[in-house]
Design a protein around this ligand. Structure first.
Ligand SMILES: NC(=O)C1=CN([C@@H]2O[C@H](COP(=O)(O)OP(=O)(O)OC[C@H]3O[C@@H](n4cnc5c(N)ncnc54)[C@H](O)[C@@H]3O)[C@@H](O)[C@H]2O)C=CC1
Ligand SMILES: O=C1O[C@@H]([C@H](O)CO)[C@H](O)[C@H]1O
Length: 308
């Protein structure tokens, strides 16, 4: 079977750290070209823009988008208009409206499209979801804290409108929790702590609920120490479930559970391959809606300036 010829747009940190290694490890894909504005990708044809890639590059069947969320909408629209399957890094776009438009446009074009909520593919997530399915949930506590200087060194886009600030990692926790729960969540209140020289928050506290008043709380911090805290604790009538290390570790009542051995991005690309084979798409916007609603109802607290 012929491999899926893949183009990639935005050869930055996550493309280098995760996407290209996962693509090279999956024989169903062949990376043939890259469009980027930074350093080129070795071993493939490089272009300065998606337009050049599409017009002058080798034929591609699909395109992976690893650019910042600002401006990504127009790029993905261009790929859809060219009839390409698309894999879109999180967050899918800079606004909820753009993401919803892409859902419609992918359906109109009849191509496969994936909003790659990569944290949903962490090793412990499916086992956690299976356990919770028959439990009586009482509360959820999310603590998602990391150092922006480690994970986004020098990336000014993250502090600009559309860059989401601490919700850029925080949306990963929201993507996990919305995958674990059966009912949609709603934001009841939020506090966004915004540095005086930034347009997006460096920390946030969010209170959410579902239609049955499940109490879901999140603490996000982008100025945390070098050792990340990526944990979700779900208290149930039958016991306590914890996901740690971003979902890589699962414990129930303090007892470590067996989890999948597959890495997040290997699973993301295997899912993309499956969607293409099935002529299907997977385009969930709920995590982005929760971020948008946090910005709608969130009270702003000005905090000291942030310097990278
Ligand atoms: N940094 C991380 O640890 C992770 C980042 N992500 C997500 O991946 C996305 C990218 O993040 P990073 O790789 O960290 O950012 P980055 O700033 O390191 O990379 C972005 C890349 O896109 C390129 N670019 C920007 N506009 C372009 C355009 N119009 N055409 C072609 N190339 C363009 C830039 O030259 C740069 O190489 C974000 O949405 C982020 O949320 C996801 C998982 C982890
Ligand atoms: O999506 C993201 O993940 C974190 C970090 O890479 C842990 O995976 C990063 O801050 C955010 O963009």
């Amino acid at each position: 079977m012929q491999p899926i010829r893949l183009g990639l747009v935005g050869y930055g940190k996550i493309a280098q750290d995760q996407h290209v290694p996962a693509i090279l490890a999956n024989p169903a894909f062949q990376l043939v070209s890259v469009a980027t504005q930074g350093k080129p990708c070795a071993g493939v044809e490089n272009f300065q823009s998606l337009s050049e890639l599409l017009e002058n590059g080798p034929p591609v069947d699909a395109i992976a988008f690893c650019t910042p969320p600002q401006g990504r909408f127009a790029l993905v629209q261009q790929a859809l208009a060219a009839g390409k399957h698309v894999l879109v890094e999180k967050p899918p776009c800079a606004t909820l409206g753009e993401a919803l438009a892409l859902v419609d446009q992918a359906a109109e074009r009849g191509v496969s499209a994936l909003f790659a909520w990569h944290s949903r593919y962490a090793p412990g997530i499916e086992a956690a979801r299976d356990w919770l399915a028959s439990r009586t949930l009482q509360s959820v506590q999310i603590d998602w804290k990391e150092d922006v200087r480690k994970w986004h060194p020098g990336q000014t886009w993250i502090w600009q409108p559309g860059g989401l600030g601490v919700f850029d990692p925080g949306i990963n926790a929201l993507s996990i929790v919305t995958h674990l729960l059966k009912l949609p969540l709603f934001v009841e209140s939020a506090e966004l702590r915004v540095p005086s020289n930034c347009q997006s928050p460096i920390a946030a506290s969010i209170k959410m609920a579902d239609a049955h008043q499940l109490d879901v709380r999140a603490e996000f911090d982008f100025d945390h120490g070098h050792d990340e805290l990526w944990s979700i604790e779900v208290r149930c009538a039958e016991g306590v479930l914890r996901l740690d290390n971003g979902g890589a570790l699962l414990s129930i009542d303090g007892v470590r559970q067996a989890v999948s051995g597959e890495g997040e991005y290997a699973a993301v690309y295997r899912h993309f391959q499956q969607l293409i084979g099935d002529k299907a798409s997977d385009l969930d916007v709920q995590p982005l809606r929760l971020v948008a609603d946090s910005f709608f109802v969130g009270s702003r607290v000005l905090v000291e300036a942030f310097y990278d």
